[in-house]
Design a protein around this ligand. Structure first.
Ligand code: BG6
Ligand code: MG
Length: 219
């Protein structure tokens, strides 16, 4: 067995876009006069744009038509993309480049498994478009995390069995998705709190030790 591939979530793991998602949703919620804070925002991590809106609308009695919901989704994405305009390689989170270098040097494949439909745009802005062996994102799936679809797709593209994959996630929904897909998962950031992951990482760089430990008898 051992770890033959690492599948990274994007927002909040590779790059600090999770803050921009929060700001964009906050501007929509304020305009609609709906209570929305960082605690509610944590429930949106890893969840698709449309499902995120449904969670935000739990805090209002107003009934929105499908068209109105569509307009809010478009508005949110416009605000979000405006915030992404200044995104650059300097927004790559601590340890990411070092971990990817380590994995490549040890012949371990790397992939992205993200619910975001903005994945290509973000990877281009941070200069990592050609870094990953496979990309599975929100434009390619029908079921959002905690369904394992996006991670299974990444594993299939890599031609690696789920049991040989390690997912890295900052969302509880993402941790559950990885476990539902029979993969190992390392939690970072907010996902540590749910205490469901195979490993909790205080710092991403510690992933190298975990990979080492898992592969000691296989490489
Ligand atoms: C996930 C984020 O990566 O992508 C969620 O954690 C977001 O907060 C989801 O809702 C969908 O992103 P996008 O870019 O398609 O709106
Ligand atoms: Mg995330």
């Amino acid at each position: 067995m051992g770890i033959k591939a690492v599948i990274f979530d994007l927002d909040g793991v590779i790059v600090s876009t999770d803050e921009y998602h929060y700001q964009a949703w906050k501007s929509i919620a304020d305009k609609e006069k709906i209570d929305f804070d960082r605690t509610i925002n944590n429930r949106l991590r890893g969840v698709s744009r449309a499902e995120s809106l449904e969670i935000i609308l739990e805090n209002t009695n107003k009934k929105y038509t499908q068209d109105e919901k569509g307009e809010l989704l478009e508005e949110k994405n416009n605000v979000y993309k405006e915030l992404l305009k200044n995104l650059s390689a300097s927004d790559i989170l601590e340890g990411v480049n070092e971990v990817i270098d380590y994995l490549k040097a040890n012949n371990i494949k790397v992939a992205i498994g993200s619910s975001s439909k903005n994945t290509s745009l973000i990877l281009e802005k941070i200069g990592l478009s050609n870094t990953f062996d496979a990309i599975a994102d929100g434009t390619m799936i029908t079921k959002s995390k905690p369904d394992p679809e996006v991670f299974i797709l990444a594993a299939n593209k890599l031609e690696v069995l789920p049991e040989n994959c390690m997912v890295v996630e900052d969302a509880e929904a993402g941790v559950e998705a990885a476990l539902n897909g029979k993969m190992k998962v390392s939690a970072v950031g907010d996902a540590i709190k749910c205490n469901k992951a195979t490993y909790n990482l205080d710092e991403l760089i510690n992933l190298t030790n975990i990979i080492n430990e898992n592969n000691r008898y296989y490489i």
